[in-house]
Design a protein around this ligand. Structure first.
Ligand code: CP
Ligand code: NVA
Length: 286
């Protein structure tokens, strides 16, 4: 997938008709800037069409089941991308739809993001295997996909979070055996210095994810001390790059000087969502 994304990025003209006449339905039950626009632009650049389906647009909002929706959409569409709250809803949609279903973020994970991140890291370092990624902050949906992708692509990963914000056992259990077989380190720690030491990449995400707005004040208190700032970047090492899936809350999970600084690659990372998701669509929908 990463190789195909690289080819699409460097020779987009070769893929202009790859999905000619095909339609991607895009269900969004949460807000989005990058995912929505990169999928819509991506399918257009491949010769197809994207259909935005917001939370109030469909009969789902009035109680039509996921299974009926999946079966009906499959009669019209060539692929479905969905961003929603419950991960089980995505699994259900995939079960009942006969066309490919792409996870555009759930409360559980964010695989398109992590794949684009691996593409970006490989561009910067020329390799993936053996690198160390330190994820700092709330071990949320983005962290889960980074864990899965790190293990898949051969990176060591440390997840640096305070009590109550650590990775779920479920996610850890899903990757432990593969990590052990590949001799990859997965470190969970509250200690920032220990967690970021020797990291090639320091990654963070918002402290309050979509759907958690009521917890915001507590989260600000609990995660104070986990802001990725220059001191933390120095603790990681002089050559460590900074990544963030965006949107960022500057002054909370990351300081202005780090996200706007020379080690930040957040906009290359955002751009690669487009190329990587075009690769996903070509792989699934051609
Ligand atoms: N990173 C990401 O998925 O951004 P959006 O929420 O803007 O889609
Ligand atoms: N963890 C964030 C990621 C947004 C792309 C959220 O779920 O809101």
């Amino acid at each position: 997938m990463l190789d195909l994304a690289d080819r699409i990025k460097h020779s987009p003209q070769d893929f202009e008709s790859a999905l000619k006449g095909k339609t991607l339905g895009m269900i969004f039950n949460k807000k989005s800037t990058r995912t929505r626009i990169s999928f819509q632009v991506g399918i257009f650049q491949l010769g197809g069409m994207g259909l935005f389906l917001g939370p109030e647009e469909m009969q789902l909002a009035r109680g039509e089941t996921i299974s009926d929706t999946g079966k009906v959409l499959s009669r019209f569409l060539d692929g479905i991308m969905i961003r929603t709250f419950s991960h089980n809803d995505v699994l259900d949609l995939a079960k009942y739809a006969s066309v490919p279903v792409i996870n555009g973020l759930t409360d559980f994970n964010h695989p398109c993001q992590a794949l684009a991140d691996m593409m970006t890291i490989r561009e910067k370092f020329g390799k993936l295997e053996g690198l160390k990624l330190a994820y700092v902050g709330d071990s949320n949906n983005v962290a889960v996909s980074l864990l899965f992708a790190s293990v898949k692509f051969g990176l060591h990963i440390s997840l640096v979070s305070p009590k109550g914000y650590t990775l779920t056992k479920e996610a850890l259990d899903m990757s432990r055996a593969e990590a052990e077989a590949k001799e990859l380190k997965i470190v969970l720690t509250e200690n920032v210095q220990e967690g970021v030491a020797g990291a090639d990449i320091v990654y963070t995400d918002v402290w309050t994810s979509m759907g958690q707005e009521k917890e915001q004040q507590n989260r600000l208190k609990d995660l104070a001390g986990y802001t990725v700032d220059e001191e933390m970047m120095n603790a990681a090492g002089r050559n460590a790059l900074f990544m963030h899936c965006l949107p960022a809350h500057r002054g909370e999970e990351v300081s202005w000087s780090v996200i706007d600084g020379p080690m930040s690659i957040v906009f290359d990372q955002a751009e690669n969502r487009l190329h990587l998701q075009k690769a996903i669509m070509v792989s699934l929908m051609q």
